[in-house]
Design a protein around this ligand. Structure first.
Ligand SMILES: Nc1ncnc2c1ncn2[C@@H]1O[C@H](COP(=O)(O)OP(=O)(O)OP(=O)(O)O)[C@@H](O)[C@H]1O
Ligand SMILES: [Mg+2]
Length: 239
């Protein structure tokens, strides 16, 4: 899809810094991250365990506000946003596949997938059910729709998380190791879903940012960036 030239980058980061203190000591994790993701792009981020990949996604996804530097998504600065505006961005425009899934154990599989649609509050009950079933079908789990989360395997949970992250057509999809627990074939199918998430037409365009150790994903990304020493470097290799 062609995106008007004046569309701002989906993600624009300048000099992002984030540290964590363990009691008396403060450890710098992100130390000057620069990143621009354009509409239509799928960017992979690789890096050693503990390098700060999840911390970076938390900032970009408006989940963490304790950072220094400039972070814009869809042209809007994340500094100084009200809580309402942050929630609004998260529920309408962002999709998350968390490293640890964050599924709600007391809800059924189908209900978990429906959550972003209920939060967005724009669809009827019938539309929510239909869209959620379609998303579940796309990850091959429609026959588990009414069942509990608790009995699912790690890879099945991961696929539910992918269905939930994409069901509302987010403009920015953030996925943290989305194929980490999947066999090669299932991983390839999940990648197709994530890949599609950047192509569906919408004003201003869409993009996907994936943290991964999966060579097959990195191979198919537009760019692979490596997080090391608190900064992003071009041309990262999958370890
Ligand atoms: N809330 C927190 N409080 C204190 N330290 C934190 C917090 N979140 C992250 N860290 C620290 O920041 C560093 C980066 O963590 P992060 O989870 O971003 O790494 P990662 O690159 O995603 O690693 P992995 O590949 O193992 O998932 C780690 O040393 C971690 O202990
Ligand atoms: Mg992580």
């Amino acid at each position: 899809m062609s995106v008007p030239a004046e569309s701002p980058p989906i993600v624009q980061i300048r000099g992002l810094e984030r540290g964590f203190s363990d009691g008396a000591t403060k450890r710098a994790v992100l130390q000057g991250v620069e990143l621009e993701v354009q509409p239509g792009e799928l960017v992979a981020i690789v890096g050693a365990s503990g390098s700060g990949k999840t911390s970076l996604l938390n900032v970009v996804g408006a989940l963490d506000r304790d950072f220094a530097g400039e972070v814009r998504i869809f042209g809007e600065s994340l500094s100084g946003l009200s809580d309402d505006r942050r929630s609004d961005l998260r529920s309408r425009l962002l999709g998350f596949v968390f490293q640890s899934y964050h599924l709600l154990e007391h809800l059924s599989v189908l209900e978990n997938v429906s959550v972003p649609l209920w939060i967005a509050g724009e669809a009827s009950h019938a539309q929510v059910l239909q869209a959620s079933m379609t998303a579940l079908r796309s990850v091959g789990l429609e026959d588990r729709a009414q069942g509990p989360i608790g009995v699912l395997s790690g890879g099945e949970r991961q696929r539910v998380a992918v269905a939930r992250a994409t069901v509302h057509g987010p403009r920015l999809l953030l996925a943290d190791e989305p194929t980490g627990n999947l066999d090669a074939d299932t991983g390839a199918k999940v990648f197709e879903l994530l890949d599609q998430a950047r192509h569906a037409p919408v004003a201003g365009g869409r993009a996907v940012l994936i943290v991964t150790h999966d060579r097959n994903i990195a191979k198919r990304a537009d760019r692979v960036l490596e997080l090391s020493g608190g900064k992003l470097h071009a041309g990262g290799e999958v370890s």
